[in-house]
Write a protein that binds this ligand. Structure first.
Ligand code: PMP
Length: 425
């Protein structure tokens, strides 16, 4: 009866078709890296809510900060400052790479990407921003314009969107971990020769240091430095989208720190709000102030409860050096996966830190995406859930809380190996 009730809720007729539920769990409670459903079943959550919960579900420090702010006031609007916002601003200023960073507060990741694109236009006077193959920056119109996924983009290109004037150039991708896929650093040349746009009108590049939705492709060594020089030489802004990779997930405070590169703009979200919606664009004042007053605001931006939660997250990340922990646990995970493939299955590990993708590169099935979906369903029935990604749909994604225990990493690998073996039998 319990599972029937769960099913009824999952198949609620109010769900729009675009919201595909590949996990299939009606969660009622979360704690640390675990979630429980209505029937009381326990699951290990390898998604951390799409990389949001750096400290796991229900962290006591985050909850206490949220509760305290709720007791004061829940929402004042961007026109009203709050000690919570000031506290988080101070935390961020200490970690961002410019002497006096300016923050443009938003609510969702996509919205902050829109704000970054607008900033690039205002600051450079040029209209275009380029994204990368495999890149993902959101599904609102502007963010979609720099997102490479053709299935996602087709909706916006086929259906006219009023006022949408951003062009859709996508630079060739160089973000594959496998050096053989990089084809050398022909990046600059390909942009200049791209037939769809004139380089003179390009105001910036937007890049992830590890492509999340694209399948956990880590930036090849040297790529970010190359992009930095490329942008500086052309007066373009280097916009680094750290929405997924920020706050320790890749084993450094921010992904760009691995190469000591200083971006022009950084976009943050996900873990920033400690589980509540919060995002921003950060950069030096000269760039952010190019956007005139009132051109980029939104009702729920810098929500004080989210800011209080985020400040608690940032303090804990620093106090416990969770970036170092992410690096170490990522290595443990990748080492475990190396031994997980049964005969006739070949696995590739991708990503960095606790942002890991395992591509099922060869499987005893023609349709690797379907094979991967079946492996995930088997894992779920064994109490572990994860999301699928990659342009081939054959990447199993590990983006757990940075606080996940070592034996939970081992459990996830063990269950993955078992599911692979069962699906291959
Ligand atoms: N950029 C990146 C790198 C992301 O991973 C995401 C979300 N997965 C976004 C942008 C969009 O953020 P949101 O879903 O909060 O709008």
């Amino acid at each position: 009866a319990g599972s029937l009730a769960v099913l009824a809720r999952l198949e609620s007729p109010s769900m729009a078709a675009t919201v595909v539920d590949e996990i299939g769990i009606a969660a009622v409670r979360g704690q640390g890296s675990r979630i429980w459903d209505e029937a009381g079943r326990e699951y290990l959550d390898l998604t951390a809510g799409s990389g949001v919960h750096a400290l796991g579900h229900g962290d006591p420090g985050v909850l206490a900060a949220m509760h305290a702010q709720l007791d004061r006031f829940a929402h004042g609007g961007w026109q009203v400052s709050s000690p919570a916002r000031a506290d988080l601003s101070e935390q961020l200023a200490a970690r961002l790479p410019w002497p006096d960073p300016v923050l443009l507060w938003c609510t969702t990741g996509s919205e902050a990407v829109e704000a970054a694109l607008k900033t690039a236009r205002c600051a450079t006077g040029r209209r275009q921003v380029l994204g990368f193959l495999g890149g993902y920056h959101g599904k609102t119109a502007g963010a979609l314009a720099v997102t490479a996924n053709s299935a996602y983009r087709s909706v916006a290109t086929e259906v006219p969107v009023a006022g949408l004037s951003l062009p859709y150039p996508v630079a060739p991708g160089y973000l594959h971990r496998d050096a053989a896929q990089q084809q050398g650093l022909r990046f600059g040349q390909e942009i200049l020769e791209h037939p769809d746009f004139g380089a003179a009108d390009v105001g910036g590049l937007i890049v992830e240091t590890v492509q999340g939705a694209g399948g956990m492709n880590a930036a090849a060594p040297g790529l970010l430095s190359e992009l930095r020089s490329f942008c500086s030489a052309r007066g373009q802004l280097l916009i680094v989208d750290e929405i997924f990779t920020g706050f320790g997930r890749t084993g450094a405070g921010f992904g760009f720190e691995h190469e000591g590169v200083v971006p022009d703009l950084v976009v943050l979200g996900k873990a920033l709000g400690g589980g509540l919606p919060l995002s921003l664009v950060a950069g030096p004042r000269a760039l952010l102030d190019a956007v005139p007053p009132l051109r980029q605001t939104s009702t729920f931006s810098a929500n004080p409860v989210a800011c209080a939660a985020g400040a608690a997250v940032l303090k804990r990340l620093a106090a416990d050096d969770l970036a170092a922990r992410a690096a170490a646990l990522g290595e443990r995970l990748v080492a475990g996966v190396a031994a997980a493939a049964p005969p006739h299955v070949r696995l590739e590990t991708l990503g960095r830190g606790l942002m890991v993708g395992v591509r099922i590169a060869e499987a005893p099935a023609d349709d690797r995406a379907a094979f991967t979906r079946a492996v995930l369903a088997r894992m779920r029935s064994m109490g572990v859930f994860a999301l699928r990604g990659g342009t081939d749909g054959a990447v199993v994604k590990w983006t757990p809380p940075l606080t996940i225990a070592e034996d939970e990493i081992d459990q996830s690998v063990g269950v993955f190996a078992q599911a692979l073996a069962m699906q291959s039998a």
